[in-house]
Design a protein around this ligand. Sequence first.
Ligand code: GN1
Ligand code: MG
Length: 360
Amino acid sequence: MNDEIGAGIVEAIREPYRLSINATAAPLGNGHINQTVLVHDNEQSLVAQRINTFVFHDPGALVHNARVIRSHLQRKGNAPKVVRHLAGDDGSYLHGPGGDVRVLEYIPGSLSIEVLESNEQAFEAAFTYAGFSRGLSDLDPGKLIIVIPDFHNPSMRYHLFLEALQDARVTQIEACRDDIKFVESTGSLIVEWQSLMDGLPVRICHNDCKINNVLINPDDGKALAVIDLDTSMPGYLMTDFGDLVRTCCNPEAEDSTLLERVNARPEVFTALARGYLKGLEGVILQEEIDSLVPGALMVCFIQGVRFLTDFLGDNQYYSVDYPSHNLDRARNQFQLFRSLQTRESELRSISTSNALMGRD
Ligand code: GN1
Ligand code: MG
């Protein structure tokens, strides 16, 4: 992100948040869609974000959903904290000429991690996201706006890949022939995943359960808050758990090209399953428990398909640091998927074992 972007965000919020002329902005986090900065002004620190309206057509819907979710969870004694949107002096949450800049509270001393450092962190993240869905299990899903329809729908994602393949330039196709073949040969699993998903209960999910979307306290490793509620809407537990596996089990970052190191670590998987099932004890149904491993496989594969689709379409969706960034990301995710496939039966017996929830 260049300085001009940060300066533009600060300008958009200067008046409504009474920022002085000394206010500074520095890039924050590692999101692929929105542009995020940490604003410091004298004693005050704020998180400000320019919402990507190519992806999120209705910024007001994001604010609405996050506020509905926050006020519901706040009424629950033991639900995780979620980050707060801050209104400006004028009472509004969206600013700037495009109405696409918002401000969120900054949680001092909090840390967002990109690559998991311990099994305890995996447990804590899974327990926190489970608490999020548990706390929202009695919120009417109709109160939330569907910001991106079919967001985790595997058939739709596969269809978009086929469309991108048809429209792609020859040089792009040449660069990823083997990856395309891999996707086409694995595509038969889509039907299975789709029908599994269609039989599950719809629940309010976070839908972007990456390890870096839980802020932790570095002193005790406990979760401080869940952030990035932009895709929080009705969905399925299998994809939330799948995203946890995708971002925690891999010892490498999602764009690492050291593919020989990419692998689904079973001990991390065990910690995730234990945390997730504990956090949803008494709520999660047996068919949902049975869907956790397929969910992990599906999310890794589909995330790879989404990155490859974007590579074929010249990187219109995800922000990239170099032209083949999305291709590197896709290969990393496919490698993780293959590693999960190799361990599938081992992981299934872990996630369905009674010992995991202390039931034996
Ligand atoms: C995007 O921008 P970020 O990192 O919050 C994407 C997720 C993907 C993720 C891949 C709206 O999230 O679905 O899983 O990148 N968000 C959207 O890391 O597409
Ligand atoms: Mg996100």
